[in-house]
Write a protein that binds this ligand. Sequence first.
Ligand code: UD1
Ligand code: CA
Length: 447
Amino acid sequence: MAIALIILGAGMGTRMNSDLPKVLHHIAGAPMLVHAMRSGAALDPARTVVVAGHGADAVGKAAAAYDPDTLTALQAEQLGTAHAVAQARAALEGFDGDALVLYGDTPFISDETLAAMAAARLTHDVVVLGFEAADPGRYGRLIIENDQLDRIVEYKDATEAERAVTLCNSGVVAADAATLFDLIDAVENDNAAGEYYLTDIVGIARTRGLSATVVACDEAETLGINSRAELAQAEKLFQAKARLEAQEDGVTMVAPETVFFAYDTVVGRDTLIEPNVVFGPGVTVETGATIRAFSHLEGCHVSRGAVVGPYARLRPGAELAENVKVGNFVEVKNAQIAEGAKVNHLSYIGDASIGKSSNIGAGTITCNYDGVFKHKTTIGADAFIGSNTMLVAPVTIGDAAMTGSGSVITRDVPKGDLAVGRAKQENKPGFAVRLFEKLKARKAKGS
Ligand code: UD1
Ligand code: CA
């Protein structure tokens, strides 16, 4: 059956106390909205509609950045969750199949749970995702009668007996799209909040003779984020899960609680990650690599057997081939480093390519930026770049070429040549001793 996702994210998120729309706050390097879209993607949706209101432009852009086919529906005024879903109607014109309502601030619904909801849809018209709440607080209550979900009662509107129910509404709902919009048309706002409640569709469905049921999931999955504290809690949950998954995938972490993954980090089997390593988005580390302590990686690719750090920074476009070494206080950006090459100490390698087995001496800098444009440095295979070489790009160093330590290299160095670009050294015999004595004598006279 074709599936359409309707992801609600129009709310202001007052409790975040932020200029940024709530659903754009990040968890593990991606907006929480993207996490919700990723969980929905497990159903291979034919269409995805994000309902945006506060900061709609930015929300629409973030959704499209993750999936360019995403449609955005505007809910200019937030009149309630049913009203929000109704705004997706135009975007689902001509769509025939099931609609699943998800929430931009509820990022962790699992694939298994969504599959269970899809299965329950085979036997019921409306399927609601619920959970047994440890503290039911202000959640909507799911009222079961005669083995059917009879209605959902919002806390504000519930009787004492209904408030005693601990089976709560996550908000996630699945139904045939046409049925869903029909039911929503019948929703009114005569309740304590004066809002159009999506939850009312269950009672309406039942009075129309349609069936409804609950699929229950773990409370952690339905964790909704309303405050910075809950955002931090969500990050913590994400990291705990990502660390366990990495361990199951054969990754060794000396202190897993100090390693932070991004939503899309991929780490190969038998890779070792030392303490205090942070992964930003877009990192792939292959099998048998070593990421040493206090390194920060984003948008990069580390091949088999490479060693990174301690204290290394790999920025977007860093491509490390097999058995490359990038050592302490080295920053690499938009640079391809070929097999077995070494950049071991205190360097900046940006907009560059380094050939096989080359050795880049301590303190080497690719001077890639002239204040306006970025320029490329090309270094061949088996080159030896002396310590503290400034490579003023654009510049090319040939295979097996060398640069003298402390050189400022502004012209290409042909294959096999040695380039020395620094002032010639001059020694003045005995000068140091004479100068020192003169200065001491001056001090003794008190001048
Ligand atoms: C809702 C449910 C409640 C459930 C709870 C789970 C209703 C009426 N109640 O309550 O049963 O237990 O979620 O967290 O649905 N939104 C819009 N436009 C609107 C209103 C809301 O996009 O006009 C979005 C919000 O941005 C938010 C989500 O819908 O992401 C839920 O809205 P919220 O007002 O937080 O609903 P709750 O009162 O928490
Ligand atoms: Ca809420």
